[in-house]
Design a protein around this ligand. Structure first.
Ligand SMILES: [Zn+2]
Length: 584
């Protein structure tokens, strides 16, 4: 990434010399800069404030007026003349309340998110977790925080060992393979890479040291080479999940063991069994229990005290509850300021599970749907609410994404064709107000515990403004039309970028969306074009019955025909058959 960044910036430095003085040249630089930036996947922050950094990409005198008017003045009403951003508030599972976010160190955020146990392809429940925390990461970066984001891989676990034994493969190498597959999924979903991705197998010394600390403090005990944490030693046990100790049963991953002092006691170290990978320790050969890895690795990369610890809601108990107990036993000063958890995914309103046959991997979904349609679908529900996966909802997200990208592609095309008409210092007041309102909704909603559904709905207004300017007779005649289009497109694409929904190119994303729609319909583009040709011939010969039948047949398969003076084209749409409500 750094290799790409250097030539891009030096190239832009050359392009941005004062001699490139026309608006057209500035616009070319703008689009070149954006494409290069997208290509190199360098996360660029939303350019609300401060303008200094972003100005290097543009000719300053041309863009400065847009920045000063559309951004800074637009934010003024939000705080009644105060230009500060609305304070970020996050729901904290520990206090069961939305709290104002205050980092432990000014300007910096430490965030640890529990990663996957890598023994298979990741499913859409995982997609939800990592998209949720990617949105939080991107928004924190947008607020100019320097974020240290740590997401682990569990590469030592019962499930990995049993899968490896089934396949006759080494457990660590099987796990590494699925870590790579996970990276592929994350790249498709446009989730930014964490700062660190520690694996359990690389952190045995830290894990063993922490277990020693816990034993030294008298909060754990040994039995036959196993080490158990004693939940009775931690008076706050159950505070995160709201469970009382006497209500506890052995957790999902805690084997029932009559040797334990309390059934809720959990393993910190498990003695080696035949055929299992093991590491030497003061308690004999073995491997760590599941929970201790996150306590040890978060402390290794973020210290004992940090800002955000996240994961799916299913991790609140026992995993995070146990993490707190271990961390506090090892170090009294251990503290996480905000515990953040996302809601479950259900499929057709039923719990997603392999046994019900309604279990979807990310790979299966993005084989048929654009990965950013999956991301848009996930962000269409607030991260703490349950989300129901269905083909219809994925079709709907795909349809919406196509509309967003098509509108922005049309806008970009017109701007590219008319760069000489643009005078960037003269954006009409009604456009500035529209942008100001949109950005205000964005900032207020995202700062209110990441209300992404509100932001996604709010994109409709500036998109409509673009479509009016591009397509309607009144819009085409509007004064300063190009300046409006330029400012609207820039505002929307900036926000799409913070949401992780900006594609490397609209054109390419539209092509991919069409390709996926054809695959779902089990049709080739040649076939669709042949049908369009037949329909045109039918219309010429006034065979409207045949013409309508072709249109309907394609619409049922999710292909909508669009007639214009230049001919008939097609776009993906929600298949007509799926839109019919069930009888009764
Ligand atoms: Zn964890």
């Amino acid at each position: 990434m750094m290799l790409l960044r250097a030539p891009m910036e030096s190239l832009l430095g050359l392009c941005c010399k004062p001699s490139s003085s026309s608006p057209a040249a500035a616009l070319s630089v703008f689009f070149l800069a954006r494409r290069l930036r997208r290509f190199s996947s360098i996360p660029h922050r939303l350019r609300f404030i401060p303008p200094a950094r972003r100005n290097r990409f543009f000719r300053r005198d041309f863009i400065a007026s847009l920045l000063s008017t559309s951004r800074l003045q637009a934010e003024a009403p939000v705080r009644g003349g105060d230009t500060r951003l609305p304070p970020l508030r996050i729901y904290n599972t520990m206090t069961r309340a939305k709290e104002e976010f205050k980092p432990k160190v000014e300007g910096k955020v430490g965030m640890y998110v529990c990663g996957v146990t890598a023994y298979d392809y990741s499913h859409i429940g995982h997609a939800r977790v990592y998209v949720t925390f990617d949105v939080l990461l991107r928004y924190l970066k947008n607020l100019e925080y320097e974020v240290c984001y740590v997401r682990n891989f569990t590469d030592v676990d019962d499930k990995i060992i049993s899968r490896a034994n089934e396949l006759g493969e080494d457990a660590i190498s099987l796990s590494r393979r699925y870590c790579e597959e996970f990276h592929v999924d994350m790249t498709h979903l446009q989730c930014l890479s964490p700062s660190y991705e520690p694996c359990v197998s690389d952190h045995m010394p830290q894990i063993i040291d922490m277990i020693k600390e816990i034993l030294d403090k008298g909060c754990a005990y040994q039995i036959d080479g196993d080490v158990y944490f004693s939940v009775d030693s931690f008076s706050d046990y159950g505070r995160l999940s709201g469970r009382k100790l006497e209500d506890n049963r052995a957790g999902e991953r805690v084997a029932v063991d009559s040797r334990k002092k309390n059934p809720a006691d959990f393993a910190l170290w498990k003695s080696a069994k035949k055929g299992e990978p093991f590491w030497e320790s003061p308690w004999g050969p073995g491997r760590p229990g599941w929970h201790i890895e996150c306590s040890a690795m978060s402390a290794a990369y973020l210290g004992h005290s940090f800002d955000i610890h996240g994961g799916g809601m299913d991790l609140v108990f026992p995993h995070h509850e146990n993490e707190i107990a271990q961390s506090c036993a090892a170090c009294k000063e251990s503290h996480v300021s905000y515990w953040v958890h996302n809601g479950f995914v259900t499929v057709d309103s039923e719990k997603m599970s392999k046994s019900l046959g309604n279990f979807f991997t990310i790979r299966q979904v993005i084989d048929l749907y654009h990965p950013l349609a999956l991301r848009l679908f996930l962000m269409g529900t607030h991260y703490r609410s349950p989300i129901n996966y269905s083909d219809l909802l994925l079709e709907s997200a795909s349809d919406r994404l196509y509309y967003i990208y098509q509108t922005l592609q049309d806008c970009e095309n017109i701007i590219n064709q008319n760069t000489s008409e643009i005078h960037g210092d003269d954006v009409p007041p009604d456009t500035l107000i529209s942008i100001s309102n949109f950005e205000k909704v964005f900032l207020e909603s995202m700062s209110d515990d990441l209300l992404t559904p509100v932001v996604l709905a709010a994109i409709s207004d500036p998109l409509k403004s673009i479509n009016d300017l591009v397509n309607t007779r009144k819009g085409k005649k509007q004064q300063k039309r190009m300046e409006s289009l330029f400012a609207l497109e820039r505002s929307i694409s900036n926000i799409l970028n913070v949401l992780g929904l900006l594609p490397s190119s609209y054109d390419e994303a539209l092509r991919q969306l069409r390709e996926k729609a054809l695959k779902r319909a089990n049709l080739s583009e040649e076939h669709v074009l042949q049908m369009i040709k037949e329909r045109t011939e039918a219309r010429v010969s006034k065979d409207y019955g045949r013409s309508d039948a072709i249109r309907k047949e394609l619409a049922e398969a999710g292909i909508t025909l669009m007639d214009s003076p230049d001919g008939t084209t097609w776009r993906p749409s929600i298949p007509l058959v799926m839109e019919v409500p069930p009888a009764g």
